[in-house]
Design a protein around this ligand. Sequence first.
Ligand SMILES: NC(=O)c1ccc[n+]([C@@H]2O[C@H](COP(=O)([O-])OP(=O)(O)OC[C@H]3O[C@@H](n4cnc5c(N)ncnc54)[C@H](OP(=O)(O)O)[C@@H]3O)[C@@H](O)[C@H]2O)c1
Length: 296
Amino acid sequence: MNDSTPQTPSTATAQDTAQDAARPSAPDVAGVRVAVIGAGNMGGPVVRSFLAAGVRSEDLQITNSTAASSDRAAQELGASSATRAEALEGADVVVLGVKPYQILDLAAEIGDQLPEGALVISLAAGTTLDRIEAALPDGAVVFRAMPNTPISVGEGAVGLMRGSAVTDQQHELVRALFSRAGVVVDITEEQVHAFIGAAGSLSAFVFAIIEAMTDEAVRLGLKRDLADSLVQQTVRGAATMLLESGMHAAVAKNGVSSPGGTTVQGLAALEREGVRSGVAAAMAAAAETSREMSKG
Ligand SMILES: NC(=O)c1ccc[n+]([C@@H]2O[C@H](COP(=O)([O-])OP(=O)(O)OC[C@H]3O[C@@H](n4cnc5c(N)ncnc54)[C@H](OP(=O)(O)O)[C@@H]3O)[C@@H](O)[C@H]2O)c1
């Protein structure tokens, strides 16, 4: 399997099985000490995911912009809070979860405190590995991880990019840390723009569509809690059906459409309203923004 090629979560083939057998067993993450600088909307789900993978709560130290914010996040996520200096001391892995405009300054600030050999994982969209490496001491081991928020329930996607000093062993450790996130794929920095459209930002587009469907269900006369559960269950069921069967979405869609029936009329309205082109435009805008941001 080519590490730089995104892999789909399809049914394992005999070749996959042979390659998995050849791959060394996943590293044990219990005992790995992690500092998370910035556990907000994205850093928080990363914390949940690392804890689910087996990092101990006492080994996962959160440091936000204030002590009160660090304490609050640590309590909510089941981790520990610390000052930046405390969190960095002895850390094996340092996650940078601040906003993209802060990331290079933060990397420069922590350079002196970074323990020898610590792995740095940046979550920031649009800041390339070479710029993060340049802001850190020579030889720093840097990853970029592009997650989405559903990793907090183990059903997300993470695109992993490895910097110039990363060893295969360090790569396996980071994959093990994200092993309970959902799907973890190795991508290149050229692929990250498409990845953001298809996963990183996509969860927000799906939330917006779910909201629209729920509001319409209420307008049609259902109570809000029933509308919520019907829409959410149907969206989950449709995705699970495709994932488990490997069926193409068009085939599944045709399977619901009888001639002149309710579904086909609804689908025709969907096309007339431009939903497909709207979705494509949203994904393209996210990918294009990522590409622009990475120009620096
Ligand atoms: N949101 C997503 O879906 C998503 C997806 C993929 C990647 N990302 C990336 O994730 C990163 C964070 O985005 P976000 O949406 O999670 O932002 P966010 O919710 O605003 O979280 C940012 C976090 O950084 C902390 N912070 C700010 N300044 C700090 C400082 N000087 N020292 C320590 N911590 C500091 C904030 O702490 P306080 O709360 O105390 O201010 C907050 O916990 C971005 O680089 C973004 O590109 C986000």
